[in-house]
Design a protein around this ligand. Structure first.
Ligand code: APR
Length: 175
């Protein structure tokens, strides 16, 4: 499995599955969530509403992941995951790592071979970028997900985010 970095908009990625930085309600929001629903169209929200009406009546818990159609996006699926809100007093790193591991598990179950991630929790949820990048790269690198995944692409929206993930990748390669 190759880990790659890209600068740009996650909604434009031509991969099998795009990961959404959602919230537990699964009914849209700002940032990545807003962009995916805006560009992906109403079929994504319709499937999210179905998920809320069936499996996730109380919402999708942080650290878990669930797939829907990607609607009008180039991708085939959107995998919605809910990052933890950053806390300076409580270590929620395992929950953030779980977003990546669970999303890869869902992707492998779908038969996806390429997956694009945003920098989960680093926007509205205020997780410091450098720390979030280390957690993300380590979680993906150590995940034992099926060999069918050929590429995991981190899609970074800013130069700072891209630099943080490049540093995290270099650190793990040097270990
Ligand atoms: N493509 C790639 N990355 C993006 C895009 C985009 N189109 N838009 C924003 N980002 C980046 C942000 O710059 C940030 O680094 O994605 C990262 C995650 O930011 P958020 O989207 O704010 O996600 P998060 O911090 O996980 O907060 C989730 O925000 O939008 C709401 O409904 C969402 O309540 C949930 C919360």
């Amino acid at each position: 499995m190759q880990i790659t970095l890209a600068r740009g908009d996650i909604t434009a990625q031509e991969v099998d599955a795009v990961v959404n930085a959602a919230n537990s309600a699964l009914l849209g929001g700002g940032g990545v969530d807003g962009a995916i629903h805006r560009r992906g169209g109403p079929t994504i929200l319709a499937e999210c509403r179905d998920l809320r009406a069936t499996q996730y009546a109380d919402g999708l818990p942080p650290g878990q992941a669930v797939a829907t159609t990607a609607g009008d996006l180039p991708a085939r699926w959107v995998i919605h995951t809910v990052g933890p809100v950053y806390s300076a007093s409580q270590d929620r790193s395992a929950l953030l790592a779980s977003c990546y591991v669970e999303s890869l598990r869902v992707a492998a179950d779908l038969g996806a071979t390429t997956v694009a991630f945003p920098a989960i929790s680093t926007g509205v949820y205020r997780w410091p970028m450098a720390d979030a990048a280390r957690i993300a790269v380590r979680a993906v690198r150590s995940s034992q997900v099926g060999a069918e995944l050929t590429e995991v692409r981190f899609v970074l929206f800013s130069e700072d985010a891209h630099a943080a993930f490049a540093t995290a990748l270099a650190e793990i390669a040097a270990r």
